[in-house]
Design a binder for this molecule. Structure first.
Ligand SMILES: C[S@@+](CC[C@H](N)C(=O)[O-])C[C@H]1O[C@@H](n2cnc3c(N)ncnc32)[C@H](O)[C@@H]1O
Length: 335
């Protein structure tokens, strides 16, 4: 039997992975993809628009080409890959540049991950302890840029015709509630998020002109009294912020707060049950070591367990964004 020869290529690519992150972030910050969308097709043209040297334009574009962020047309000119054209061209409705830069403030801290992993102090709210309105505003510029797309997907996937009022737990910018209210004139919603975030959410709500039906209320969903007049709860993109115990407690509190017959949708970055992937949820869990919280990655089976323990019935798991987010649904008995 011949043994498969191993080499260092895979390991080396991982070790240099942060160079790839840096390249993507620099390309977004410099406006590379916007320039290419507007017609720049070679290093000289890119250099002129980005106001960098032609050599640096060549370096950056070459890396982006090898990462398949850029493609080359038959005439050799650069063009954006389809996802880049959709999400990374400034001024377009799908622009999600702030989301690509969302993790950049953690850059230095990830360089010291080893030290963070040696620490043992944990705070329930982790990175959100002492959150200011300004920091919440910066954070939710990023979540809004990607959250509106996710929210549109939610209202396409979930039939809201039989529901009246949404409890949007950790609703952030209010993207899900705003989109649901704009799509369904009969829907009301309450965004329940930490007090500084509620201020910011109310700004987005006013911007979209739905303040007559959507309100943001400040509170901590792990501890404070939740609104009790809602028949559907959404908790999106905050699962890895909490330990199994706290996540289970929040699902139980949501079940208790919902009206009988109400439905909960937990949209979360989940691992497969054998914990073999995907890597994204595992990384969000790891980042919580840096944030000093109890947070960690959860599997779909963990979430089903939280729903069962809370008393939900008819529990199902749906793929929400392939490879990234699952949507776990359960119904509160009664009604
Ligand atoms: C990544 S954002 C997701 C926002 C929104 N659900 C979305 O998908 O666009 C996570 C949100 O959870 C909120 N959050 C975290 N812990 C919370 C808590 N204990 N009580 C209330 N909100 C909380 C954060 O303030 C933040 O707005």
């Amino acid at each position: 039997m011949t043994e498969k020869r191993v080499d260092t290529v895979r390991l080396q690519n991982m070790a240099m992975g942060f160079w790839q992150s840096a390249s993507l972030m620099a390309a977004v910050e410099l406006g590379l993809f916007t320039a290419i969308s507007k017609g720049a097709g070679n290093a000289a043209e890119i250099a002129t628009i980005l106001q960098i040297t032609e050599r640096n334009a060549d370096r950056l574009a070459t890396v982006c080409r090898t990462m398949d962020l850029l493609e080359t047309a038959d005439d050799g000119r650069y063009r954006n890959a389809a996802d880049v054209e959709h999400f990374l061209v400034e001024g377009e409705p799908g622009y999600a540049g702030p989301w690509i830069l969302f993790t950049k403030p953690r850059w230095e801290k990830f360089g010291n991950l080893t030290e963070f992993l040696r620490q043992s102090e944990e705070a329930v709210l982790g990175q959100y302890e002492g959150l200011t309105i300004e920091a919440a505003r910066r954070m939710h510029e990023a979540t809004y840029s990607v959250g509106m797309g996710a929210a549109r997907r939610f209202v396409r996937q979930v039939d809201l015709s039989g529901h009246k009022k949404i409890l949007d737990l950790g609703g952030g910018s209010g993207a899900y509630s705003i989109t649901a209210a704009k799509t369904h004139p009969h829907i009301n919603a309450v965004v329940f998020d930490l007090p500084p975030v509620a201020v910011v959410a109310n700004e987005y709500i006013a911007e979209h002109g739905v303040e007559d039906r959507v309100t943001a209320v400040g509170g901590d969903f792990t501890a404070d009294v939740l609104p009790e007049d809602c028949d559907i709860a959404i908790m999106a993109s905050n699962l890895p912020l909490y330990s199994r115990e706290i996540a289970a407690k929040v699902v139980r509190r949501a079940c208790e707060a919902l009206l009988p017959g109400g439905e909960m949708h937990l949209i979360g970055e989940t691992l497969r049950d054998d914990r073999s992937g995907p890597v994204g949820p595992a990384l969000w869990g790891l980042a919580e070591a840096i944030n000093g919280s109890t947070g960690m990655a959860h599997t779909d089976a963990d979430c089903i367990g939280y729903f069962e323990a809370a008393g939900f019935k008819n529990i199902t798991v749906h793929e929400f964004i392939p490879g990234t987010l699952s949507r776990i649904v359960g119904t509160k008995p009664g009604g």
